[in-house]
Design a protein around this ligand. Structure first.
Ligand code: SAH
Length: 217
């Protein structure tokens, strides 16, 4: 499938990642585990970090940004639990790794990245891997993408001081949003479920994401 390494050894490392880093730590959503067992994370890592693609930490992807730690990705996906008919918005495409996972789990994915260089690289990999049910756009994700709203799920992969109001407004009824909220070096994942127009918030893992950079917030 790829020309960037020994496919079978990456497959073994990926199975081990799913078992040791995800299942053993309490990730139980089978669709999430299966998707993470399928998506080739090494394809989204820069060549010099590819051999570390299945290790238990984030990886640099350029422009001062990172591809998130597998465990945190799994926690976020399990929290929003996208179903096959869902329309999902992602803020912070980065490498495109989470975009691919969302495309495996949901029907349609809109993803916004502020760095054009990263968006272009992500598009190239996602296209090469054959995903067609997603759209990567360059822009300020804190404003969301109103044309695609309402969303069944929203995933924000960069830390905000507070939940961007435009994203709340684009979350459909029964929709779930997962977002890291807090200061630069201490954040907590918030799961927001929209119920009858009222956001219900549940606190999840402590985490550390790169900042959500936005003119509008
Ligand atoms: N899920 C990605 C994580 C990338 S890190 C991955 O696994 O690769 C977070 C990304 O959010 C960075 O690429 C950063 O450039 C982007 N970002 C930060 N603020 C943003 C904004 N306001 N709109 C869109 N993208 C933003």
């Amino acid at each position: 499938m790829n020309s960037s390494g020994d496919t079978s050894s990456f497959t073994v490392l990926r199975q081990r990642m799913v078992h040791a880093q995800l299942r053993a730590r309490g990730i139980s959503d089978q669709r999430v585990l299966d998707a993470m067992a399928r998506v080739p994370r090494h394809e989204f890592a820069p060549p010099q970090y590819r051999h570390q693609a299945y290790e238990d930490h984030p990886l640099p992807i350029g422009e001062g940004q990172t591809i998130s730690q597998p465990y945190i990705v799994a926690v976020m996906l399990q929290a929003i639990s996208p179903s096959p008919a869902d329309k999902v918005l992602e803020v912070g495409t980065g490498s495109g790794y989470v975009t691919a996972l969302l495309a495996e789990l949901a029907e349609q994915v809109f993803s916004i990245e502020r760095h054009a260089v990263l968006a272009d690289a992500a598009k190239e990999v996602l296209e090469r891997l054959g995903y067609t049910n997603l759209k990567v756009m360059v822009g300020d994700g804190a404003q969301g993408f109103p044309e695609g709203a309402p969303y069944d799920a929203i995933i924000v992969s960069a830390a905000a001081a507070e939940v961007p109001p435009a994203l709340l407004a684009q979350l459909g009824d029964g929709g779930r949003m997962i977002v890291p909220v807090g200061a630069t070096d201490s954040q907590q994942l918030q799961l927001i479920r929209m119920e009858g127009g009222i956001p219900q918030i549940t606190l999840h893992e402590l985490c550390r994401f790169v900042p959500l950079v936005s003119e509008g917030t």
